[in-house]
Design a binder for this molecule. Structure first.
Ligand code: ADP
Ligand code: MG
Length: 390
């Protein structure tokens, strides 16, 4: 998805108000009724309709006509806009440059702050791909009205930022975190190549030990990266030093599947070194030993898992994200399995526990809408344009 930076400057304050109203309405409504948008925005009816038309033209919202009522939905474009606006207000992002990465579930851009320093903007795009496990477990999306992919993307960004911050503060080799808003995080640009792209290193053994030491250091501090592989390890161009990125799936060493995650991280590195550098060693860390090992840096006293939890990421709503990540990683681990399709389990659990509570009960959606939340949000990522009404 393209990020349109020029648009940032051409949104009036009333348009912003209406866009924000759509976002607020989305908390309780899959499709936000136009009347509710009018009410929340506090602007006049006619004005709001006109503004909605213009926002829809720019793909910041999309109009949904075939529902029981007339309404709108925030698009990822609109969500991007709101996040960018928040960052540009704080002067952390002033201009947007090239896209440097399209991950499975993220877009990565080079941006610049007000002094022209290059930074990396990561926009989370959960739901862009559909994993089998997620489809099978449709209950987490189905049950919660508030859980859309955008919402999950925000949780992922919040979690990633919280971890990056704590790691950075404790001198782990990770990018310096700069800002976070909605589903986006902003961080230091690392002039590096992903390990994946590196054909040769001066000393594979030395790099191998460094990476294994890092896994151990994480564990001593109560953490497991969970996706520690050649894509998420960057090798600095100048020094050859490794930098680790990509944290939304990190878990605590007291997680029930901690040992499995730990072993998988270790195995990823072993396998990669075997295949790429023909390097193999019998020396590799074991979970129990690593967890209780004492380091020279006192890291065993940190309990960074608890530090991050204390910052609130681990509460209630984040459980949904954790389950999602857990399923996703397990599925990835099912070697050879080529995601996509395999729908399977069509038992559609549609128990509908309302978590409303706020305004406007009269618009509340019924269960057959709920049942399809997952399908719809998946579609939204792919063809949000199609839904736009004329
Ligand atoms: P995903 O969750 O989609 O895997 P990542 O955080 O791993 O996203 O980033 C995807 C790619 O973007 C990385 O493999 C790397 O090439 C690039 N990238 C991400 N963050 C940075 C950064 N701070 N500096 C330089 N490149 C980065
Ligand atoms: Mg990655």
């Amino acid at each position: 998805m393209k990020l349109d930076a020029t648009d940032l400057r051409y949104v009036t304050s009333d348009e912003f108000r209406v866009l924000t109203a759509v976002e607020m309405g989305s908390k309780n409504h899959e499709i936000v009724p136009t009347v509710l948008i009018v009410k929340i925005s506090g602007l006049r009816n006619g004005g709001v309709n006109k503004i909605l038309g213009s926002l829809a033209k720019r793909n910041l919202v999309s109009r949904i006509q075939n529902a029981k009522y007339d309404g709108y939905r925030l698009t990822y474009g609109g969500y991007d806009y709101l996040a960018m606006r928040a960052m540009s207000k704080r002067d952390t992002v002033c201009s947007i440059g090239n896209q440097i990465g399209v991950g499975k579930e993220s877009d990565i851009y080079i941006v610049a702050d007000k002094d022209g320093n290059e930074l990396v903007l990561k926009l989370h795009r959960l739901g862009r791909i559909s994993f089998r496990a997620i489809k099978a477990k449709r209950d987490y999306m189905g049950k919660r009205k508030s859980a859309s992919w955008m919402y999950m993307s925000r949780l992922a960004a919040e979690k990633e930022y919280a971890f990056m911050k704590v790691l950075y503060e404790h001198n782990f080799p990770v990018p310096r975190p700069v800002d976070q808003a909605r589903h986006c995080i902003l961080m230091e640009f690392i002039d590096a190549y992903p390990l994946r792209q590196i054909a040769d290193v001066p000393s594979p053994g030395a790099l191998y030990s460094k990476l294994m030491d890092m896994i151990v250091r994480f564990a001593r501090a109560g953490l497991i990266h969970g996706d520690f592989n050649e894509f998420n390890i960057l090798i600095r161009r100048a020094s050859g030093e490794p930098v680790v990125i990509d944290f939304p799936q990190m878990v605590s060493t007291s997680h029930q599947n901690a040992e499995w995650y730990f072993n998988r991280d270790v195995e990823c590195i072993r396998r990669f070194f075997r295949r790429r550098f023909r390097y193999e060693s019998n020396i590799y860390p074991r979970f129990r030993a690593a967890k209780s090992e004492k380091g020279d840096d006192g890291s065993e006293e940190w309990h960074l898992d608890l530090v991050v939890c204390a910052s609130g990421y681990d509460k209630g709503e984040h459980k949904v994200l954790e389950e999602y990540m857990d399923n996703m990683l397990r599925e990835k681990a099912d070697a050879g399995s080529d995601e996509e399709e395999a729908e399977g389990s069509g038992e559609g659990d549609e128990d509908d526990d309302d978590e409303e509570g706020e305004d406007e009960e009269e618009y509340s959606e019924d269960e057959d809408e709920d049942e399809n939340v997952l399908d719809r949000v998946e579609r939204r990522g792919k063809d949000s344009h199609d839904e736009e009404a004329g």
